[in-house]
Write a protein that binds this ligand. Structure first.
Ligand code: FAD
Length: 314
């Protein structure tokens, strides 16, 4: 239908460099971008983390950027994470993992044509070491389906030294129930989301309802298992189901957590935290906000109208 068409057009636009440069050059109203991305620098991210902590929310911080084909850029990303983790620790924000980081392996070298997987593993290991020194954790974001096997195998390597390293699984993929079974083990942190990329029918459910049903099946496996489920969704029905499953399995509030994105349903975030649940907010920062923002627009075309109006009014 029309909304599917719009969604897939927006996901295509997220790959369009012409549209990207047009929007970047346009006098984009800063507050629209800032609703989802608090700023370009480490200092902005740390400030946003401190503000969220003040309202009882935990955070995971992502330095924006993906699919780099430049080893120098990958090294810059690692350095930025190192600086970020040290700045968070200096502000006493990392204690008990209150502020952790999310890393896209394609930003630290996974897509490099030569030895990409090895470079990404070494770079991610360095970030895990610094996170460990700062008493906190790393979660490996999940990207498009061509990277899933590689990302899960790098995760398994990292977990030998840093068992607290988190995984992300996407309920839109047919394979994900099986991956949930593999990862629902003691000490395993698993973020379950619906999935944000444009994927073919050969690997992914295309119908929103099928994605939701898969999410519930995956959630049942994770909640019944021994691991630490991280329920990453703004969907009120899925959040209710997660709460019901947690209580059915007698889970303590510190044995799972909810996660939402910065700027999305902020009142609901504080409401869930105030009810005694753990709520972690994913904060993206950096210059590379374009692809991230387009994926958020694709999820909710109402935001696109808001965005276009603000472009026109400047
Ligand atoms: P939807 O069906 O999209 O939304 C449900 C409801 O939430 C909507 O009806 C609306 O009320 C509200 N809502 C949703 N989006 C918006 C919005 N933009 N503005 C306002 N309200 C909105 N995806 C990956 O592929 N890999 C990852 O590593 C990854 N990490 C994530 C980490 C976190 C913490 C979160 C929250 C999401 C992550 N995602 C990731 C994105 C995820 O896959 C979905 O694309 C995204 O969360 C939207 O799905 P939803 O579950 O919120 O449900």
């Amino acid at each position: 239908d029309a909304s599917d068409l719009l969604r897939s057009s927006l996901l295509h636009l997220s790959d369009s460099s012409l549209v990207r440069s047009t929007i970047e050059k346009a006098p984009v109203s800063r507050h629209v971008v800032q609703r989802y991305v608090p700023g370009t620098d480490v200092a902005h991210a740390v400030q946003a983390a401190a503000e969220l902590r003040a309202t009882n929310r935990q955070v995971t911080i992502d330095y924006l950027g993906e699919d780099t084909l430049d080893a120098g850029q990958a090294a810059h990303t690692v350095d930025t994470y190192v600086g970020l983790l040290r700045a968070l620790k200096a502000r006493d924000l990392t204690r008990f993992g209150a502020a952790e980081v999310s890393v896209k392996l394609s930003a630290v070298g996974q897509a490099l044509p030569k030895d990409g997987e090895k470079i990404a593993l070494d770079n991610a290991r360095r970030i895990c070491e610094i996170a460990h020194e700062a008493d906190t954790t790393v979660t490996l974001d999940m990207e498009d389906h061509t990277t899933t096997d590689s990302t899960l195998s790098i995760l398994a390597e990292l977990r030998k030294d840093f068992p607290e390293t988190g995984a992300v699984l996407q309920s839109y993929l047919h394979r994900t129930e099986a991956d949930c079974k593999d990862l629902a083990t003691a000490g395993s942190r698993v973020r379950l989301c619906k999935g944000a990329y444009k994927e073919p029918a050969s690997v992914a459910y295309q119908d929103a309802e099928d994605v939701d049903l898969s999410y519930v099946r995956c959630l049942k496996i994770l909640m019944a298992g021994e691991g630490y489920p991280m329920i990453a969704s703004h969907d009120p029905r899925l959040i209710d189901i997660a709460r019901a499953l947690a209580s059915r399995h007698g889970r303590e509030p510190d044995s799972y957590e909810f996660q939402m994105l910065y700027g999305i349903r902020p009142e609901e975030q504080t409401r869930i935290a105030d009810r005694g649940h753990q709520m972690r907010v994913y904060i993206p920062f950096g210059e590379e906000w374009y692809g991230y923002l387009m994926r958020r627009m694709a999820e909710r075309p109402a935001n696109l109208a808001f965005f276009l109006r603000s472009l026109a009014s400047k």
